[in-house]
Design a protein around this ligand. Structure first.
Ligand SMILES: NC(=O)c1ccc[n+]([C@@H]2O[C@H](COP(=O)([O-])OP(=O)(O)OC[C@H]3O[C@@H](n4cnc5c(N)ncnc54)[C@H](O)[C@@H]3O)[C@@H](O)[C@H]2O)c1
Ligand SMILES: O=P(O)(O)OC[C@@H](O)[C@@H](O)[C@H](O)[C@H](O)CO
Length: 496
């Protein structure tokens, strides 16, 4: 069996689509930070689709890894001529494979920061895009302020420092372009953050303010940061996926990516140096992304949080197991209908009921095998960004909050670190220590978990929230996850 490479492409089975374009003709137009599963299943796929249609060959992607852990990606990318297999898993169990060729280079910042900076400073680079996770933006959950105390950021700000963070690297490249009389590139965030472009603008310019007087102001006036809504459920690649690619498609790929077949990308039109003709690849280019972002983050992502802790505690390990269970599906739909939907903005032309039904279908796709472990990870970066805004808005408007409060309680219960069978839970979170310490006091002090103002602000002093949260937490302790969801679904636990 051939290892995936340029030379192997011509001998691959016909069941696997391969790039129909001349990859040697591609030049880099996009530098992308955070080449993980999602970028490879989404943005790189859209660019590849354009290239297959004979377009965007001047928009090749140079990937960048900033963290030491990205060395593994660098090794694989280099050994496969930057090619990889994307396998879409349809709900009927069929699979569709395609070799993606739009990434043409990969640089590891810890190994060669200068090369990363110069790649962004090169005239051909017109977009720097990001999927660096919610935590990568380095802002305080409650104040929204840039965290200048972060040690890596502080090190980058030392005079004469060689930058190591995305903030240091991107800012240095912008400074060099300015010195060389080149217009700045567009910074395009593709992370699951409400107002991701606006947040990126605030964080990068806050860093620049600290780096040199006037630099932040210049960036505010000159650099575009379009907002976007991105969607495609992309689980972590497993050994089984590697074996499946070999068996189904006859190629040895050290790091394929698998995803659901659904895709969506809604992008704000703000690209002073141009962009690939994304609309030709199915991207919705609009003037205002916010209503779409709210819909996706509060319905899809917050529902992921609504299923992962309850589901895990109830003994499930995969998203489809939870969502194929009618009780949990009902709970999620009720959360969406009664709590999230009233906080959304008008979306002319979008059938929200169909969108929600489709979400349950997507979550229930058993072939995607999205793990609850992936959805439970880094919750401290997710709950405050997706779910707490729903709670705050409903509290202010006198709206319904019982299911959202119960989801927060399920996180608190999960973080105690033992499931309902007494088995240990591996809590993966950059705040694991303080979170688990707080959760360990849940029984003696039911407000312990939500009394972390850096995550919850003043919610622990809101009587309505506290009542709903403590009732759900007590039920979780006394009767378990399933019984808690049952009670909520039946209109119990104080629900409206
Ligand atoms: N996986 C999905 O289903 C999905 C769907 C839509 C959007 N997203 C967005 O994409 C992000 C990444 O998801 P993924 O599935 O590719 O994850 P992943 O773990 O496969 O990749 C994450 C990438 O981000 C990089 N990264 C993490 N912290 C960073 C930091 N502080 N600075 C710079 N780089 C950093 C990592 O090095 C890695 O390259 C998500 O957090 C989300 O915002 C993911
Ligand atoms: O990747 P995160 O941390 O933003 O969130 C976990 C999931 O909710 C997310 O990856 C979804 O699968 C994705 O947003 C679907 O488009």
């Amino acid at each position: 069996m051939s290892k995936l490479s340029t030379a192997a492409l011509s001998g691959l089975p016909e069941t696997l689509s391969v790039p129909a374009y001349d990859r040697s003709a591609i030049s880099v137009g996009i530098v992308h930070f955070g080449v993980g599963g999602f970028h490879r299943a989404h943005q790189a796929m859209y660019v590849d689709r354009l290239m297959n249609a004979g377009q965007a060959l001047d928009w090749g992607i140079c990937g960048v890894g900033v963290l030491p852990g990205d060395a593994a990606m660098k090794t694989v990318v280099d050994s496969q001529d930057c090619l990889y297999t994307l396998v879409l898993k349809h709900p009927d169990g069929t699979r569709e494979g395609r070799v993606i060729g739009s990434i043409v280079e990969y640089l590891l910042a810890p190994e060669d920061p200068e090369a990363v900076i110069e790649k962004m400073a090169a005239p051909g680079t017109r977009i720097v895009s990001l999927t660096i996770t919610e935590g990568g933006y380095n802002f305080h959950h409650v104040t929204g302020e840039f965290d200048a105390g972060n040690s890596a950021v502080a090190a980058d700000l030392e005079p004469g420092a060689v930058p190591s963070t995305v903030f240091g690297l991107v800012t240095e490249a912008l400074v060099r372009r300015r010195e060389r009389g080149l217009p700045p590139f567009t910074v395009m965030s593709c992370d699951n953050i409400q107002g991701n472009g606006d947040v990126a603008r605030r964080m990068f310019t806050a860093y620049a303010d600290l780096r040199a007087p006037g630099l932040g102001e210049w960036m505010r006036d000159n650099v575009a940061f379009p907002n976007s809504m991105v969607d495609r459920i992309t689980p972590v690649t497993t050994e089984e996926d590697r074996a499946m690619v070999a068996e189904d498609f006859g190629v040895e790929d050290a790091w394929p990516v698998v995803s659901e077949d659904f895709e969506q990308w809604v992008l704000e039109e703000d690209f002073p140096l141009g962009r690939p003709p994304f609309e030709d690849a199915g991207v919705q280019v609009v003037d205002d992304v916010e209503p779409f972002e709210l819909m996706k983050l509060r319905l899809l992502n917050a529902s992921h949080q609504g299923q992962c802790y309850f589901g895990y505690l109830a003994g499930y390990r995969y998203a489809h197991e939870v969502c194929q269970d009618p009780l949990f599906a009902r709970f999620l739909l009720d959360y969406m209908d009664l709590e999230a939907t009233p906080t959304l903005k008008p979306l002319p032309g979008v059938d929200l009921q169909a969108y929600k039904r489709k979400l349950i279908e997507r979550f229930s796709n058993e072939y995607v095998r999205d793990t609850l472990a992936r959805l439970c990870a880094e919750s401290s970066d997710r709950i405050p960004k997706w779910l707490l805004p729903v709670i705050r808005e409903n509290l202010a408007a006198g709206g319904e909050i019982h299911r959202s409060a119960a989801i927060v309680a399920s996180w608190a219960r999960y973080t105690e670190g033992t499931d309902e069978q007494g088995e240990p839970i591996t809590v993966v979170d950059r705040l694991r220590g303080p979170l688990m310490a707080a959760a360990s006091r849940n029984r003696e002090d039911p407000l312990a978990f939500i009394s972390q103002p850096e995550l919850f602000g003043d919610l622990a002093s809101n009587d309505r929230f506290v009542q709903a949260y403590t009732e759900a937490l007590a039920l979780l302790h006394d009767a378990g996850a399933r019984a808690t969801v049952e009670k909520l679904a039946a209109g119990g636990a104080g629900t409206a």
